[in-house]
Design a binder for this molecule. Structure first.
Ligand SMILES: N[C@@H](Cc1ccccc1)C(=O)O
Length: 502
């Protein structure tokens, strides 16, 4: 059998009847301990040796412990001074005894706190006694310190606790690896083991000298784990958002953009959302304190929106017959949906009047004061969109979604009737999660009402939607918790490996 040099050396130095520590093998083979360990593991893999581990305890003296080996323990020194002062017969004054003991500073406290505990005598109201039967020569702590300083070992392990507690000795644990020959190892050794000269890398010298023809090359280990290099990568949500934009542009849509903090007028009033709608109260809304109001709103539009709210539109319009406050409409908040962009564009304030047929979209952030959970974030992306054309029907709406989601491999969209103050009819969209099988809500949609469109000056049909980008990402990547995708709990491992399927 042929083996690399270090393995042959370790194999020959190891024993079959006793485990040899790596350090001993290192000394015997003249190899560094880490080379011996490496070789031992290679040999173990081939069944030639067994490698075992044991934990060794080494006890050593601390600096303080070492001082007492020379000077004696403070309490012993106090006892000796007390004896000299005759305290074995009559109590002696403390101050005098301490003075003659030569103890100073912290050592005095140490002496006093151990004196009575160890039976050297008593300390009471400024006087000290010495027990005539006490024997400093038999002090177990002093003896333990001596033997640690000498042989470095201890006979009684119960003293060790006390020494550790006093900070006089320390215990350190170290792992010792031991190597023992297996039966197979012995057999191979008897059959003869030779050193294999293997070369790991071809060098210019090997080639020019022609030596390469005679050497033995090490085999490639194609199963060895290679180091994974984690470079930066595009975040799945960013990837998703880019992909969505591509798809929508491909379907003939143009992109909208606009302010993240906007007037309630654009966020709610233009959408025929009554001012006392629950979603408009504080719990759902991130209000801005400054600035308090938006100034530039198209005047005629403000009036028309107010009229729609109060009286409705058309001949038999009804409206809400509830108060409508212009100041309330001019207050600012972070947009709770990106439909504020649609109202701005439909009103003609952004790029001028838009003629049918027209299609617009945005993939932008919306903000809601929701409770964070597996499907809700406080900041999330909406895929907003609308189509303006003559005679749109629910079939157009459904067909558009089917076409859109099919681009992401999602073919089982479900529609459920819904209610929005600004659309009639309205539909919620659901998709099936690829791993949990759960039906999750992925969007909201409908055909804009007269009450919304007329004040904006639009006189043909508009179908519209707001879809959740994160929910689409959950369906496309299999993420089960939206918090895995972004925020402080984001799952980096998942984000590194997630693939957007389409
Ligand atoms: N604004 C709605 C989505 C929507 C937009 C346009 C029409 C219908 C619904 C939401 O955030 O849920």
């Amino acid at each position: 059998m042929q083996l690399p040099e270090s393995q042959v050396a370790v194999l020959e130095a190891a024993n079959a009847d006793e485990a040899t520590p790596v350090d001993a093998l290192a000394a015997a083979t003249d190899l560094p301990p880490e080379t011996v360990t490496g070789a031992a593991f290679e040999l173990e893999e081939q069944g030639l040796v067994a490698v075992t581990e044991r934990v060794d305890e080494t006890i050593s003296l601390t600096d303080e412990g070492r001082t007492y080996v020379g000077d004696g323990l403070p309490e012993v020194r106090l006892y000796e001074a007390a004896l000299e002062a005759g305290a074995d017969a009559d109590p002696a004054p403390m101050g005098q005894v301490i003075g003659s003991s030569g103890l100073e500073g912290a050592a005095v406290d140490i002496a006093l706190s151990n004196y009575a505990r160890k039976g050297y005598g008593s300390i009471d109201s400024g006087e000290i006694t010495a027990d005539p039967d006490a024997d400093p020569a038999a002090d177990p702590e002093a003896n333990a310190l001596e033997s640690l300083a000498g042989e470095g070992t201890l006979d009684e392990s119960n003293v060790l606790d006390q020494l550790e507690r006093r900070g006089l000795a320390e215990v350190a644990e170290s792992t010792v690896r031991e190597v023992e020959l297996t039966e197979q190892g012995v057999t191979e050794l008897m059959a003869g083991v030779e050193t294999a000269e293997t070369v790991g890398q071809v060098t210019p010298e090997l080639l020019t000298s022609g030596e390469w023809e005679d050497v033995k090359f090490a085999e490639y280990n194609v199963e060895a784990d290679a180091e994974t290099v984690e470079g930066g990568c595009v975040h799945v949500l960013r990837e998703m958002s880019e992909r969505v934009k591509d798809v929508l542009v491909g379907m003939g849509f143009e992109e909208m953009d606009g302010p993240h903090a906007d007037a309630d007028f654009w966020i709610n009033d233009c959408l025929f959302m009554p001012q006392d709608h629950p979603a408009r109260t504080h719990w759902d809304r991130f209000a801005l304190e400054q600035p308090t109001h938006i100034d530039d709103l198209p005047e005629g539009l403000v009036e028309r929106v107010e009229r729609a709210h109060r009286e409705g539109v058309g001949e038999d319009g009804e409206g809400y017959h509830s108060p409508w406050d212009e100041d309330f409409a001019r207050a600012l908040a972070l947009r709770g949906h990106t439909t504020s962009l649609s109202t701005r564009y439909l009103s003609g304030t952004e790029i001028g009047e838009i003629e049918p047929p027209a299609r617009f979209f945005s993939v932008e952030k919306a903000y809601r004061n929701d409770t964070l959970d597996a499907t809700h974030l406080l900041e999330f992306y909406q895929i907003e969109g609308w189509v303006m054309a003559e005679d749109l029907s629910v079939r157009d709406l459904m067909g558009t979604f089917e076409e859109f989601y099919a681009q992401f491999g999602i073919e089982d969209i479900q529609f459920k009737p819904h209610y929005n103050p600004y659309t009639e009819p309205s539909f919620e969209l659901f998709g099936t999660h690829p791993t949990t099988g759960e039906l999750i809500e992925i969007g909201n949609s409908g055909i804009f009402r007269e009450e919304m469109l007329e004040p904006l000056g639009v006189d043909c049909d508009v179908m519209a939607w707001g879809l959740a980008l994160e929910r689409l990402a959950m369906l496309a990547t299999g993420a089960e918790d939206i918090r895995d995708l972004h925020g402080t709990l984001a799952d980096l491992e998942f984000l590194r490996n997630a693939e957007v399927t389409y």
